[in-house]
Design a protein around this ligand. Structure first.
Ligand code: 3PG
Length: 205
């Protein structure tokens, strides 16, 4: 699956921090049931790769991705675990983009980083941390000089401000952790997570 096809699956890509490997599959199923299919499992916990492996193997309609990829080795590991896409807070060299291990959504925060990313061959970027580095205003300002760039703003995005981002022509989706609150994951409150996912999936684009 190409990166834009993944990013078009739903208006919101859940950003997941999973501490307990046994929560991975029910959490993914709850999100998919609510309409969010592309799932970013951040590589921030010791079990993250195993979570990706299980989601990729057991959650039919889910598309497991890996987040917080900060070097090429992590990208390779995520690919081996079965991730279908990767997300990074920053830029990673893209010499192997076409036949490389994993389509990557790199993070940028400035025009210079965006130019470096375009030069490396990327055209989809995570604006990160979106609300801190200018949010909607920054994306509006990037639209004219960089018409070839499309964004998934992430970082401080919420149900309340997501519509402002999704209304922009250069935004394909947003990322956010609000659809999988830590307490709901810990308590296995899958109905609450499905309800949050439904709300998010219903956001217009
Ligand atoms: C992250 O990398 O943690 C994401 O940007 C999620 O940010 P959020 O918790 O503000 O949604």
């Amino acid at each position: 699956m190409k990166l834009p096809d993944v990013l078009k699956l739903a208006p919101v890509v859940p950003v997941l921090i999973i501490e307990d490997v046994d929560k991975a599959v029910p959490l993914a199923r709850a999100l998919v049931k609510g309409g969010l299919k592309a799932l970013e499992v951040t590589l921030r916990t010791p079990v993250a790769l195993e979570c990706i492996r299980r989601i990729a193997g057991e959650v039919e309609d889910g598309v497991a991705g890996a987040g917080t990829i900060i070097n090429p080795a992590m990208r390779e590991e995520a690919h081996r675990a079965g991730a279908k896409f990767g997300v990074s807070p920053g830029l990673i060299g893209n010499e192997d983009f076409d036949d490389g291990p994993l389509p990557l959504l790199p993070g940028i925060a400035t025009a210079t980083e965006l130019m470096a990313g375009l030069e490396a061959g990327y055209s989809y970027f995570k604006l990160f941390p979106a609300n801190i580095v200018g949010g909607v205003g920054a994306l509006k300002a990037f639209a004219s000089p960089f018409p070839q760039a499309t964004f998934c703003p992430t970082g401080g995005v919420s149900l309340e401000n997501a519509p402002d981002y999704l209304a922009l022509p250069n935004v394909i989706c947003v990322g956010g952790s609000w659809v999988a609150p830590a307490d709901a994951v810990r308590d296995g409150d899958w109905d609450r997570i499905t309800a949050l996912a439904k709300q998010a999936a219903a956001l217009g684009r």
